[in-house]
Design a protein. Structure first.
Lengths: 326, 309, 627
């Protein structure tokens, strides 16, 4: 029997079990990311040092660099070193610039975070009212024209990747009209285009999702119950429909946020934004593996943190989710 | 002509014990009806017999042989509750029936066999090429029965086969199942939450509560002279056009919570709801700690109750 | 296979589907032909025309080597689309293998694989692509593999979820019982049933891969010179954006158009394949009016008066009318049952009288009065306190995210003007009144912490927050076990006694109704066919048949069960004349042409039948005929 009755008696809070499970999963995932970043370098065909220093580099230099990086040790010894160094905050040294990787990341990470957080805020501020508004306007098959317009625009915007939106914005607003600078991050107006480029697509996705979720919640039995209580429409929406629609949307919101982390890579490259994204691309092209490894780790753990955060918030908002997990 | 025997069968899913030491025999050519509420483990017991649920203790025997030692195509077949889920939507019904036939059925013989089976369940053999989507719920349930019969089973298990159907269709399916069972002298385990339906079909009735059989015996006897208080509760609750449900006096235990299968009570599992148990007769503390299953075999209908009537 | 073909065809028939299909076809044709026709034009270096703006000679201008950008954009179609499709194909292949392996591998290996996929799937595709690009190296081949590996986890997950849902269905269990082996199970039952969503998702995936590939090439990680795809052209065009914005915008548009083509074709097919029950007003026209199906009966002091009630929904082929002229009245304190099979319109009748049918549904009635006032004009406060509703599924009928007590308290906060605290205290009191044990504690719990029976009690308690004159219970016990059903029905009866409320009980189970109510209305195909006191013998052949088919503890075990041949008509295909005529053993020609009106047959008894049966049962059939 799969449909066991809900627990009837008293039972302890499911939170400790939920938290323990979730944290364990986080730890395992972080370990997996660490290991993947480590293996990445060893999976590169040929000699990464030779590849990084170029074909013309003298053999002694290559050998010395290999020894310095510990690449001649057995794999598991290297792995041990790697993990120990990471724990002590040592991410290695950039092969191109000679700077410590941790320092490069420390310099570049704030710009990227600024961009991502601003864009996420814009997405939420725009998408929630728009999605809710169109859901209410078009419920029960009302206003087919508005629905068609909203759907086509949001589908289109959602399908265009952020770097193409970025190029379009640059061509139109920076080159064409000269309202904003083309590149750089020097003054506040320089933030407008990159943030817009990052936010437009996710905002379209999220508002569409909110509309769909809200419409489906409006058809749910418990909304009918709320209407049977003859609550005013405002309360039916605010108290009963919206919270349930938003919890359903939150999972997607998390995915979107991680997607925006990835989106910064491309957008930074369009706007020559001095963040992690432009750095990782340069270092991939320069085959600066220690730096690539460090940045991959930062992105990876960042994504895992976002997922953890989403699950915790979901657990707080939806009393069932903690139990479902356990 | 075969007997199916459950000998101390338990099924556990993690910490949940869905079926707990059930012993039950389906004698050759007879129909055993199994009733119980949702969560009582009756469907899990059926799944254990056909190998869809893990048997964690005890054995399921077919004519004395452990079913796990039988070949993959066991002579045990099952008809499921939901006719909309039990037929592959992309497979013609004839093909579904053919698939269940024993290996080695000659290619030429298969078509004739499909036609014979469809006729047996009162469907036009011309329909063999149809997809399930083109049939009504009642018709699908007939196809499901035909498919089960194609496996030439010695024992047939019917799991809530009419609960997804409207009343007007239910009768036709029940008539058919009963007719086929008698004609082929099949042994059958008939599972339902509806006591009236079980009574109509079965020779023997077994009542299940929280993973255990609490009473079992010949149908007429169990229904006219129930031994276990839970059986009496089920009988009193069954809707009937001839009795006034509200005429009975208010009983004080009517508002108790149903039991949680994840946390079965100690002693007799029914004691927190029992109208003749410790909640009513304060001296009957025996029920709260002693398991009445231990010497159920000596009581009439193997009733698992210390104070069986 | 027939269904799949028709789904794709149906998708193409929608306006969006047609546009995107044409677009996709155009992209494919261009990918095949452009390099054959214009390779030379695209590669021709013209040192006299370096970095030019668009002109008549060069529509999109020229690049840093004077090559024509219009032709370069066209020729790049093949590489851009081809590589994206190739990467998707490899990715889907890996995904299908990763997704199906766990069902074949030993358990520990399967779990490990699933865990790896679970972690990988949490990462955005582009990050995965960058990661794999490091491993496979910069260049076309590396980028194809990088994107393939980046999309693979998502497809592995999709295959896992889809096959898990198919494997959970009974037909797979049935095949296993028949001894069908794992491989054949996968090949014959699982894969065919997940093929369609997989192909749809792969189509959408190809669109995303196209965009991702453009991204990699744009970053300089993908296609390398002298080869060129749209991403590469964009990278080159962006450098000269002040001189010639078209150089950057043209590949942009190309990428977007091609990506959209894949996306939209996939989405439209997904929309057609998935169940979409959109109702459309188009073509429905005005709702036809009909003469009253019954002579109006004096209602007296009735708490509910319903005359010629009709509920209609617009459909693509016109109006569907599942409730076609229902008339009855409920006196104070009376318990009335409404019985009928699924699709008879009984639940819609309940929703319509309580003003809960929403657009696009339309409710019309000659008279629809609750407590002496028209329902459509009754103030919310009155309906909210005097009319209680109990719905079928107690699990879904409570808001899962609010505490039960608060959901009850809302009624008094809204309609009695009580404070939060006072309203909650009343909620606890009402929960105790419906015998929810430990009401004060349970009021603070969420609905999922209640059992089904307790939830249904709480639902009745919600109705008791006011002083109900009428309780409408729509299949209140269908989802419950029999012993709990009895408790809930008794609770309803006690409520009726204590509050003097009338009860309208909707049920498919004629035994439940006849045990609980004094009077029952039998509905068939959207009409009341008989209205009779529960004790008295039925006269309508349908009621008699329904009573005969009901199995109860007194059914004769030696006789076959009575059956009603055929099926009820679909709401949009109700025949002329009596709707039951096709299944009725007594039907005459008149029944097939003239619809009988619900007319008084005896004191408190109305029948809509040309041949009401006053004698003993007759004419039952034991066979369900071919429908």
């Amino acid at each position: 029997m799969t449909t066991a009755a809900a627990p009837a008696g008293v039972r302890g809070s499911p939170w400790p079990a939920f938290a323990a499970r979730r944290l364990a999963r986080f730890a395992v995932s972080v370990w997996a990311v660490l290991t993947a970043a480590f293996l990445m370098i060893h999976l590169v065909p040929g000699d990464p040092v030779r590849a990084a220093l170029g074909m013309t580099a003298p053999a002694e230099l290559v050998a010395a660099k290999r020894a310095e990086l510990g690449l001649d040790d057995p794999l598991w010894v290297q792995y041990g070193h790697y993990v120990r160094n990471l724990l002590s905050g040592d991410f290695g040294t950039s092969m191109a610039s000679g700077q410590p990787v941790a320092q490069v990341i420390g310099d570049r990470l704030p710009s990227t975070l600024q961009l991502a957080v601003l864009a996420f805020a814009v997405v939420v501020v725009v998408a929630v009212p728009v999605g809710v508004g169109f859901a209410v306007l078009t419920r029960g098959g009302r206003r087919r024209g508005a629905e068609l317009g909203f759907t086509s625009v949001s589908v289109f915007l959602a399908a265009v990747p952020e770097f193409l939106i970025a190029v379009g914005l640059v061509a139109l607003l920076a080159v064409g009209l000269g309202w904003f600078p083309v590149a750089g991050s020097d003054d506040p107006s320089a933030y407008v285009l990159p943030v817009a480029a990052l936010a437009i697509g996710p905002a379209a996705v999220l508002s569409r999702m909110i509309r769909v979720e809200l419409l489906s919640v409006l058809g749910a039995d418990f909304v009918r119950t709320a209407r049977a209580k003859r609550l005013p429409a405002r309360l039916v929406y605010v108290r009963h429909a919206l919270p349930n629609a938003l919890t359903a949307t939150l999972t997607l919101g998390g995915l979107m946020l991680t997607g925006m982390v990835a989106g910064t890579v491309l957008v930074e490259n369009v706007f020559a934004w001095p963040g992690l994204g432009s750095t990782i691309v340069q270092s991939i092209l320069q085959k600066d593996y220690p730096l690539v490894q460090g940045i991959v780790l930062v992105y990876g753990v960042g994504v895992l943190l976002v997922n953890l955060l989403v699950d915790v918030v979901l657990g707080l908002l939806d009393p069932r989710s903690a139990i479902r997990e356990a | 002509m075969s007997a199916l025997e459950f000998a101390g069968v338990s099924v556990r899913y993690g910490r949940l014990t869905a079926v707990d030491g059930v012993s039950l025999t389906v004698p050759s050519g007879q129909v055993v009806g199994l009733v119980g509420e949702s969560g009582s483990g009756k469907s899990t017991l059926a799944k254990a017999a056909v190998g869809l649920a893990p048997v964690s203790a005890g054995r399921v025997l077919l004519d004395g042989t452990d079913v796990r030692r039988l070949p993959r195509r066991r002579p045990l077949q099952m008809v499921f509750q939901d006719p909309y889920s039990s037929l592959d939507p992309r497979m013609a019904i004839g093909e579904s029936i053919t698939e269940a036939m024993p290996r080695g059925t000659a290619r030429g013989a298969r078509r004739a066999e499909v036609a014979r089976l469809l006729e047996l369940v009162h469907l036009d053999p011309e329909r063999a090429g149809m997809l399930p989507g083109q049939l009504s719920g009642g018709q699908r349930q007939r196809v499901a029965l035909a498919r089960a019969l194609a496996g030439q089973p010695k024992v047939l298990i019917a799991d809530e086969i009419t609960s997804a159907l409207d009343v007007s269709v239910q009768g036709a399916v029940l008539n058919l199942v009963r007719d086929v069972q008698r004609r082929l002298a099949l042994s059958m385990l008939f599972i339902s939450h509806n006591l009236a339906v079980v009574r109509y079909v079965s020779d023997i009735v077994a009542v299940m509560y929280l993973g255990r059989i609490v009473e079992a015996g010949p149908a007429e006897q169990v229904l006219t002279d129930p031994q276990h208080p839970y059986t009496r509760d089920l009988l009193a609750s069954a809707p009937s056009t001839h009795r006034d449900l509200l005429a009975d006096t208010d009983d004080p235990l009517a508002d108790t919570e149903p039991a949680d299968p994840h946390h079965p009570p100690a002693g007799c599992r029914y004691h927190p709801r029992c109208p003749i148990g410790p909640l009513v007769h304060t001296d009957r503390t025996l029920c709260t700690h002693a398991d009445p299953a231990a010497d159920a075999a000596h009581r009439p209908h193997r009733a698992a109750c210390h104070f069986a009537a | 296979m027939a269904r799949r073909g028709s789904a794709w065809a149906a998708a193409v028939r929608t306006p969006v589907g047609a546009c995107s299909a044409v677009l996709l076809a155009g992209v494919v044709v261009l990918a095949v032909l452009a390099p054959l026709l214009w390779s030379d034009a695209a590669a021709a270096i013209d040192t006299d025309a370096i970095g030019q703006s668009p002109s008549g000679a060069h529509w999109f201008g020229t690049d840093a080597l004077g090559r024509d950008l219009f032709f370069r954009t066209l020729v790049a179609t093949r590489l851009s689309v081809g590589l994206a499709v190739l990467a998707t194909a490899i990715g889907v292949g890996i995904g299908v293998v990763l997704g199906t392996l766990p069902s074949v591998l030993p358990r520990w290996a399967g779990r490990l694989l699933t865990a790896v996929v679970d972690i990988a799937v949490a990462f955005p595709g582009l990050l995965l692509a960058l990661f794999f690009a490091v491993i496979f190296g910069v260049g076309t081949q590396g980028a194809v593999l990088a994107i393939a590996f980046a999309v693979a986890p998502a497809f592995a997950r999709l295959v896992q979820t889809l096959s898990a849902s198919v494997s959970g269905r009974d037909f797979v269990a049935a095949a296993r019982i028949s001894g069908v082996g794992r491989v054949r199970l996968l090949a014959r039952h699982v894969l065919p049933n997940i093929g369609e969503p997989l192909v749809v998702n792969a189509t959408i995936g190809a669109g995303s891969a196209l965009l991702a590939f453009a991204g990699l090439s744009f970053l300089g990680i993908g296609v390398q010179a002298p080869d060129f795809d749209w991403g590469r052209l964009l990278r080159e065009g962006l450098d000269g954006i002040y001189v010639n914005p078209v150089a950057a915008l043209a590949p942009c548009c190309a990428v977007v158009l091609a990506g959209l083509a894949f996306n939209l074709v996939g989405e439209t097919v997904a929309g057609v394949v998935g169940v979409r029950t959109r109702t459309s007003r188009r073509g429905a026209g005005p709702l036809p009016s009909v003469p009253p199906a019954v002579a109006a009966a004096p209602a007296g002091d009735a708490v509910l008066v319903v005359e010629n009630l009709r509920v209609a929904f617009p459909g693509p082929g016109g109006w569907t009318v599942p409730v076609r002229g229902v008339s009855f009245s409920v006196r104070p304190g009376e318990a009335i049952g409404v019985v009928g099979e699924s699709g008879s319109g009984k639940s819609l009748t309940a929703l319509a009288v309580s003003r809960l049918i929403e657009a696009p549904g339309v409710v019309t009635a000659d008279r629809l009065e609750f407590d002496g006032k028209p329902v459509d004009k009754a103030p919310d406060r009155e309906l909210g306190t005097a009319l209680a509703m109990v719905f079928q599924d107690p699990m879904t009928s409570f808001n899962p995210a609010r505490r039960v007590g608060r959901q009850l308290a809302e009624v008094s906060e809204q309609h009695h003007g009580l404070s939060r605290r006072a309203a909650f205290a009343r909620a606890v009191d009402r929960l105790a009144a419906v015998r929810v044990p430990a009401a004060a504690r349970r009021a603070r719990q969420y609905p999922h912490e209640f059992s089904g029976g307790m939830r249904q009690r709480a639902m009745i308690g919600m109705g008791l927050m006011g002083q109900p004159k009428l309780v409408i219970a729509d299949e209140p016990t269908t989802a419950l076990d029999v012993t709990v059903q009895r408790q809930v029905l008794r609770l309803l009866a006690r409520t009726r006694e204590a509050e003097g409320a009338a009860i309208l009980l909707i049920s498919h189970d004629i035994a439940v109704v006849s045990q609980t109510c004094e009077r029952m209305l039998v509905m068939y195909a959207g009409r009341v066919v008989e209205d009779l006191p529960t004790g008295s013998p039925a006269q309508h052949p349908y009621t008699r048949a329904l009573l005969a088919t009901t199995v109860d503890l007194d059914t004769d075990r030696d006789e076959p069960l009575a059956v009603i041949p055929g099926r009820p008509p679909e709401p949009d295909q109700v025949p002329e004349g009596c709707a039951f005529a096709a299944r009725c053993p007594l039907a005459s020609d008149r029944c097939r042409t003239e619809d009988p009106v619900l007319e008084p047959a005896a004191e408190g008894h109305r029948v809509a039948c040309w041949h009401p049966q006053v004698s003993v049962l007759s004419g039952q059939s034991h066979e369900e005929g071919a429908a």
